[in-house]
Design a protein. Structure first.
Length: 505
């Protein structure tokens, strides 16, 4: 069946005054989300020590935000198309700041998981709205490519600022302070955004279908939960039931969208090969990266003994590479081709992850820093170009829904990556053989082992920690190998699916 979609030409539209200042407000929202995502990984050892979660609870703290946000992005993107993208962005930013306070003062693992879930609800309003507003602010294709590049570069800069600022705070304050840094960013965003951002929405959106929202939420949460449980504990009847529930709900969601006169998500978007290829590339890329990234901060701090601020600086090359690549990605895709830039970027990330399969407890920083730099460059090229492809493939009235699909792929990939690759790390780690007297807590997480060691005799503690660290690194290198395989497969899939795709001139 031929696609009813085509790349949209908006060059006849008048360039909106103040659009670059408005972009500055939008990137604050991106910064908010990026900083929050990175500081959590850095704070994880401290959260482990203070709240003493089990290994499973620690994974939930890490990925429940992604579970919830992935399940609500499409619904919130569609809601923004209906009630106004500026309105939902400002409401969401206010809620994001308020719920960050709940994260900061959580006193139990269960409360922390709940706080992260609520933050996911607020976060689901932000990213689709920012991309959709960019689509409506920038009608010239080359300006839009640059705007998307700045948008992506800001997200990457946030991943650099988060660990460095978070590391400083962790060394001088308690772990909850890393969540309170959201508040000033949120305040500036809301105050300036009220004046600078133009409102935009679909002029004839139709009603917001609540049943579709519920089906989407149940389907995504149940399916990702099933994957997580299968990866952690193997197959069981409860896991199979969750998988069937999720698949059934998503099937019902798709069927309902095909019959509604004004669907929450227009399934015809996926008939456009470039759109589908870009979405798949994003999903596989994040799946291959996220599980590894989640545990990298723990490796730098708990295995190599770096201070939080130093660990944050150690992760800086990835952000530098992503910022640099994001700013020139659109120009590169026009000079060469979309598929060569995306596939080449993904292959570079895959090969860098493959290089990390040889790391050990005492691996020097040159290998780590070089691998992270190439990961950042490859991801910067890929994500910027795929975001541009997705935005330019749809009419501007559907920008919110299309952006939400892109972000859903990103968040779903993150949730699956932490669930699958994170479970690989945790599964290998739990099997380490410690000396007599090793408490069960030490087998739950490496943070738990470090905390337990403070209450053990020095010789026994050192023996246990060496065994735990060695096992953790074994799990990390295995996860890196799986991630490398996923990224190289994504590069091949992108080469095939993005054939003939071009960015508008």
């Amino acid at each position: 069946m031929t696609s009813t979609l085509r790349p949209v030409d908006d060059t006849e539209a008048v360039k909106r005054p103040g659009r670059w200042l408005a972009l500055g407000v939008l990137v604050l929202a991106v910064l908010l989300v990026a900083v929050d995502a990175t500081v959590l990984g850095l704070a994880t050892p401290y959260i482990s020590e203070d709240l003493q979660p089990t290994g499973t609870q620690l994974l939930w703290i890490g990925d429940v935000y992604s579970f919830v946000i992935a399940s609500l992005l499409v619904s919130m993107g569609s809601l923004g198309d209906r009630i106004g993208r500026k309105r939902i962005l400002l409401y969401g930013a206010t809620a994001f700041g308020a719920i960050s306070v709940l994260n900061a003062y959580a006193t139990t693992p269960e409360l922390m998981i709940l706080a992260r879930a609520l933050l996911g609800v607020a976060g689901a309003t932000l990213m689709p709205a920012t991309l959709a507003l960019i689509r409506n602010l920038f009608h010239d294709p080359r300006e839009r490519s640059l705007a998307v590049g700045i948008w992506g570069a800001t997200a990457s800069a946030g991943t650099a600022i988060g660990p460095i600022l978070g590391g400083f705070l962790l060394e001088h304050f308690w772990w909850g302070s890393v969540f309170l840094i959201n508040l000033p960013v949120m305040a500036v965003l809301v105050v300036v955004g009220i004046k600078m951002l133009p409102e935009s929405k679909n002029p004839s959106p139709g009603p917001w279908d609540l049943l579709s929202v519920v089906l989407s939420l149940i389907g995504m949460v149940a399916l990702v939960y099933a994957v997580k449980e299968a990866a952690t504990h193997g197959f069981a009847w409860a896991t199979l039931a969750a998988a069937l529930l999720g698949a059934g709900a998503l099937y019902g969601f798709v069927r309902r969208q095909l019959t509604l006169p004004a669907p929450l998500l227009d399934m015809r978007l996926f008939r456009h090969r470039g759109f589908s290829g870009a979405v798949l590339a994003d999903l596989l890329t994040i799946l291959g990266l996220s599980g590894l990234v989640f545990f990298l901060s723990q490796y730098l701090q708990l295995v190599q003994g770096r201070r939080p601020f130093e660990a944050g600086l150690a992760e800086l090359p990835a952000a530098i590479g992503a910022v640099a690549a994001g700013l020139v990605a659109g120009k590169a895709a026009r000079r060469f081709s979309v598929r060569s830039v995306v596939s080449g970027g993904l292959a570079a990330v895959g090969l860098s992850l493959a290089a990390l399969t040889v790391i050990g407890q005492s691996t020097g920083y040159p290998l780590l820093g070089a691998a992270l730099l190439v990961v950042g460059i490859g991801a910067g090229f890929s994500f910027t170009v795929t975001a541009d492809v997705i935005l330019s493939s749809v009419p501007k009235e559907q920008a919110g829904a299309a952006s939400a699909v892109s972000e859903t792929a990103y968040e779903l990939g993150a949730a699956l990556g932490i669930a699958v690759l994170g479970s690989i790390v945790t599964g290998v780690y739990r099997d380490f053989t410690g000396p007599t007297g090793t408490p069960p807590q030490a087998h739950e997480s490496l943070g738990g082992a470090v905390e337990a060691a403070t209450r053990m005799p020095t010789d026994t503690a050192e023996t246990m920690l060496n065994a735990a660290r060695e096992s953790f690194v074994d799990g990390l290198t295995l996860a890196a190998g799986v991630g490398a395989t996923v990224l190289l497969l994504a590069a091949v899939a992108s080469w095939v699916l993005l054939r003939g795709q071009r960015l508008s001139s």
